[in-house]
Design a protein around this ligand. Structure first.
Ligand SMILES: [Zn+2]
Length: 104
């Protein structure tokens, strides 16, 4: 099996861009993540980060370790920040969004 991504006419759109299978955003193929066994599936970086975070959540369910506990607390903190809209604040929003990329 080849590891090279396969793009079909259905996947390729304007200027050679491909479409995210999750949110339908269009971007250059090199800015997308392809699934290993299904290279026809493209995910934008935002959706790929979301899937990664969801994988952590699923893995942490039912786990009692200190790491799982800390990640759960950080997820709750993130949800509260987003509920209050602080991530869109002119003053601290940029810093919070940057920090959110590096937290579980
Ligand atoms: Zn997407």
């Amino acid at each position: 099996m080849s590891a090279e991504p396969i793009s079909t006419a259905v996947d390729t759109h304007d200027e050679g861009n491909v479409q995210c299978w999750c949110c339908d955003i269009s971007d250059a193929p090199e800015r997308m993540v392809q699934l290993g066994n299904h290279p026809e599936v493209h995910l934008c970086l935002r959706c790929a980060h979301f899937v990664h975070q969801r994988a952590w959540e699923v893995e942490d369910e039912g786990t009692r370790g200190a790491g799982a506990f800390a990640r759960g607390r950080l997820r709750n903190l993130r949800a509260e920040v987003m509920r209050r809209g602080w991530h869109q604040s002119r003053l601290i929003g940029g810093g919070l969004r940057w920090l959110g990329k590096y937290l579980p």
